[in-house]
Design a protein around this ligand. Structure first.
Ligand code: GRF
Length: 221
C-alpha cells in the first residue's frame, strides 16, 4: 500500500496529544512549536488520567485539555469517546506521548497513518513496557528510541526515525532510561517536522521520505 503525505496543505496541522504521565515528550513537542522548529499547533491534550502531570503542564500553558477516564468502559467505547473528542477538535495528527493504553482498531482506523508514537528502544527490539530495563537486562551495547506510525500491533508500525545511544559506560537501567529520554526529546519533534513538511510514502512496512530534488544514487557500472 502507498500513502503520501499532506505536503502543500495550507492550514497549520493540528496535533492531538495523548498522555498518561509526566508528559516530557509532549513538552518537547510544545517547545519545538514555540521555537518555530515544528510547524504545527497543539489543538488538544487528552489524558486517561485526570491527575497526569502532563495534563496539568498543558493547562498551565493555556492549551485545551481533556481528561477521559477509561475506568468501567470497554477499550472500544473509551477509544470511540476519545476519537470523538479529537474529531470535534479537528485534529489532523495524533501524537502519543506516554499514553499507557493500547489502541483498539476503533482508534487506529479513525486516523490511518496519522497516529505517531515514541518508544524508548530501537524497535523492533524490546516492544512493550519497561523497554529501557528490558534492553539493559539483555545487555545490549546500543539502545535508543524510535518514532513510528501506529498500526494494529504493539509498537510495530512503520519506523519514522531512530536514535541510538551507547550503554557500555552506564551502570543501571535507570541511567539508560535517562540517556534515552534526552534523545527522545530531540527525536520526536524532528521526526514530526519531517512527517509534516516532507513528502513520504508507505511501501510495505517501510516509510520512505522522498525529499524533492534529492539525487538518486546511480548504481555502479
Ligand atoms: C517515554 O519514555 C516514551 O518513550 C514512552 O513513554 C515515556 C513517556 O514519558 N512511550 P513522558 O511522559 O513523555 O515523559
Amino acid at each position: 500500500m502507498t500513502q503520501t503525505s499532506l505536503l502543500g496543505a495550507a492550514a497549520t496541522p493540528r496535533l492531538g496529544i495523548l498522555l498518561s504521565g509526566r508528559g516530557s515528550n509532549f513538552l518537547a513537542l510544545h517547545e519545538a512549536i514555540e521555537r518555530g522548529k515544528l510547524s504545527a499547533r497543539i489543538a488538544l491534550v487528552v489524558s486517561n488520567k485526570s491527575d497526569a502531570p502532563g495534563l496539568e503542564a498543558a493547562r498551565r500553558r493555556g492549551l485545551p485539555t481533556l481528561a477521559r477516564s477509561h475506568r468501567g468502559m470497554s477499550r472500544e467505547d473509551h477509544d470511540a469517546d476519545v476519537v470523538g473528542a479529537l474529531r470535534a477538535a479537528n485534529i489532523d495528527w495524533v501524537c502519543l506521548a506516554g499514553y499507557m493504553r493500547i489502541l483498539s482498531p476503533v482508534f487506529v482506523d479513525a486516523f490511518p497513518h496519522r497516529i505517531v508514537n515514541i518508544h524508548p528502544s530501537l524497535l523492533p527490539a524490546f516492544p512493550g513496557l519497561h523497554a529501557q530495563q528490558q534492553a539493559w537486562d539483555h545487555g545490549v551495547l546500543l539502545a535508543g528510541a524510535t518514532v513510528h506510525l501506529v498500526d494494529h500491533g504493539l509498537d510495530s508500525g512503520p519506523i519514522v526515525a531512530q536514535a541510538a545511544v551507547p550503554t557500555s559506560d552506564l551502570s543501571s537501567g535507570d541511567e539508560l532510561a535517562a540517556r534515552i529520554l534526552v534523545e527522545e526529546h530531540r527525536l520526536y519533534p524532528a521526526a514530526m517536522q519531517r512527517l509534516l513538511t516532507e513528502p513520504w510514502r508507505i511501501d510495505g512496512r517501510r516509510l520512505e521520505f522522498e525529499t524533492p530534488g534529492a539525487r538518486k544514487v546511480e548504481p555502479r557500472g
